[in-house]
Design a protein around this ligand. Structure first.
Ligand code: GLA
Length: 341
């Protein structure tokens, strides 16, 4: 574990009247980033450990070891814990969608399996998880095809659209106290934003228990624009539900950028990133009445899922803390915004 003597003010203190400050963690980073997490963050999300494949790889087998370690860490540290995620098209095992002949399972079977999964998983962490990403990424990114509203998936093939409403109902049954979220990426893209809005609006109109929209916020130095972020926050706020940034990072590279030559970020990149974080947190602070948590998809640049993704062999530096877990210029700017005048 890295023990840095810290003089800077904790982010969670600076933003205590605005929103929770969260980080995605795994069983390694709760050790390697322990002091950083405990000092700056008051909320965590399991990066992979609570996903369907991680906890329920076979119909008769639940594997909660890693998820339990993360839940115990949250309890010990007195941190809020977000549950992530119950329904997704990735990291979900094949058995869920199959019958015993290897064909597609019946609709009723799939929904019964989902209900039982949700009862077990949500029920297990009721004491410590206060909100769940119930449904993740079901909206299509295809802007050219108006009929492609939902992403093609086995969920959709087998159960039709209403697997979404059912998942929320099952989660609400399993833990009536938990706040239930719809979570997606490219959430600030105007086209996708309207589709997400339409989905959540229709769930609310049907009386489905849904309490929040998660904006994943996998952003970079250039995209999306601040105007697009603002428009997205305003639009989702019209739904009257709470908003959270659930997976924030600010990549140094445009999505299309394939460069692999950098071993360190340049000074220009660090400055641009600091400016970008400053304007992002100014915006979030302005809308803090609607925003209940801002969770980074990691904590410091020593570990990020963006290392080697989407470009192999390339490191990235998307956070407020550097590879030695020291505050970057971006931290200073974010701290200034919330500091009492
Ligand atoms: C999506 C998921 C996350 C994570 C990231 C990539 O955003 O919601 O759980 O898998 O992709 O790390």
């Amino acid at each position: 574990m890295m023990t840095t003597l810290r003089a800077e003010t904790p982010l969670k203190t600076l933003y205590k009247d605005a929103f929770h400050i969260g980080a995605a963690v795994n069983t390694r980073t709760i050790e390697s980033q322990k002091s950083l997490l405990a000092y700056h963050f008051n909320s965590i999300t399991a990066e992979n450990e609570m996903k369907f494949s991680s906890v329920h790889p076979q119909e008769e087998l639940y594997t909660f070891e890693d998820a339990d370690v993360i839940a115990a860490f949250a309890r010990e540290q007195g941190m809020a814990l977000r549950g992530h995620t119950l329904v997704w098209h990735n990291q979900t095992p094949d058995w869920l969608f199959e019958n015993d002949k290897g064909g597609l399972a019946e609709r009723d079977v799939l929904l019964a399996r989902l209900q039982s999964h949700i009862q077990t998983v949500v029920g297990r962490y009721k004491d410590v998880i206060y909100c769940w990403d119930v449904v993740n990424e079901v909206i299509s990114d295809d802007a050219n095809d108006e009929s492609a509203f939902l992403r093609p998936s086995k969920w959709l093939d087998i159960a039709g659209e209403d697997f979404i409403a059912k998942a929320f109902e099952f989660a609400h049954e399993a833990d009536p106290q938990a706040l239930l979220f719809y979570n997606d990426y490219n959430e600030s893209n105007p086209h996708k934003r309207e589709r997400i809005y339409r989905l959540v609006r229709s769930l609310l109109d049907q009386g489905v228990p849904i309490h929040g929209v998660g904006l994943q916020a996998h952003w970079n130095l250039f995209d999306p624009s601040l105007d697009q972020m603002r428009a997205a926050i305003e639009r989702y706020a019209q739904l009257g539900v709470q908003l959270q940034l659930t997976e924030l990072d600010v990549s140094m590279f445009r999505f299309e950028d394939r460069r692999t030559d950098l071993v360190q970020p340049t000074q220009d990149m660090l400055e641009l990133q600091a400016e970008r974080y400053e304007s992002i947190f100014r915006l979030l602070h302005e809308y803090s009445e609607h925003i209940s948590a801002v969770t980074f998809w990691g904590a410091a640049d020593d570990y990020t899922w963006l290392d080697h993704f989407p470009v192999r062999g390339r490191k990235n530096w998307p956070f407020l803390f550097d590879e030695a877990q020291r505050p970057k210029e971006a931290y200073q700017r974010v701290a200034q915004i919330a500091a009492p005048k």
